[in-house]
Write a protein that binds this ligand. Structure first.
Ligand SMILES: Nc1ncnc2c1ncn2[C@@H]1O[C@H](COP(=O)(O)OP(=O)(O)O)[C@@H](O)[C@H]1O
Ligand SMILES: [Mg+2]
Length: 184
């Protein structure tokens, strides 16, 4: 039976960095990696990051995950998933679902997000949102963690403290955990 594994947490918490470390350590072929940023670009070329747009993007994202998992592959999801119901929808399905919360204080996420380079997403969103920059300009929509809360699931299957673990150690911890859940 396939697994759907979701790395969730605030923007800048380290999801994509940890996902890459995990893929490096286990090999790309063992997991299909699905980044929300990539799917979003596919279906919405000029995103506005509104609530309605996010609902649509997350629905398409979950459908894609289910499709891949139904074909027999394990899927690694890398997406903020700030609404608990986005994640709960997958948990409620028949395919085994593992929620891994990448926990990191907002202040550290803000520093990391301002410093990172990622051409799929606009940068400095936290600081721009805090500065009260006009919305809907240059794709700055509702910023998770500032304008919209991240809804924590206290029953996440695994919590990774990315403020104290290196990406490599985080990846190793995740892999060990997945092996206890039947990941081969
Ligand atoms: N222990 C750590 N775990 C993950 N990322 C870290 C860590 N320490 C520093 N970083 C940096 O923080 C940034 C996290 O960005 P990213 O992985 O894109 O976050 P997310 O995908 O959650 O939005 C990267 O620039 C990464 O190099
Ligand atoms: Mg990311």
């Amino acid at each position: 039976m396939s697994l759907i594994i979701w790395l969730t947490g605030l923007p800048g918490s380290g999801k994509s960095t940890i996902a890459q470390a995990l893929l490096r350590s286990i090999g790309q072929s063992r997991l299909e990696y699905l980044s929300l940023d990539t799917i979003r670009k596919e279906i919405i070329p000029h995103p506005e990051y509104t609530d309605a747009e996010r609902d649509l993007v997350y629905e398409a994202y979950a459908d894609r995950a289910l499709l891949i998992a139904s074909s027999g592959k394990d899927v690694l999801l890398d997406a903020t998933g700030h609404k608990k119901r986005y994640r709960d929808r997958l948990r409620a399905g028949t395919i085994p679902f593992i929620e891994i919360f990448i926990s990191c204080p907002l202040a550290i996420c803000m520093e990391r997000e301002a410093a990172r380079t990622n051409n799929l997403v606009i940068s400095n969103t936290y600081k721009r949102a805090l500065a009260g920059e006009k919305k809907r300009r240059d794709g700055l929509g509702e910023v998770i963690g500032i304008d919209v809360p991240y809804e924590e699931n206290h029953q996440a299957d695994l919590i990774i403290d990315s403020a104290s673990l290196t990406p490599e150690l985080a990846a190793r911890t995740i892999l060990k955990f997945l092996e206890t859940k039947g990941f081969k």
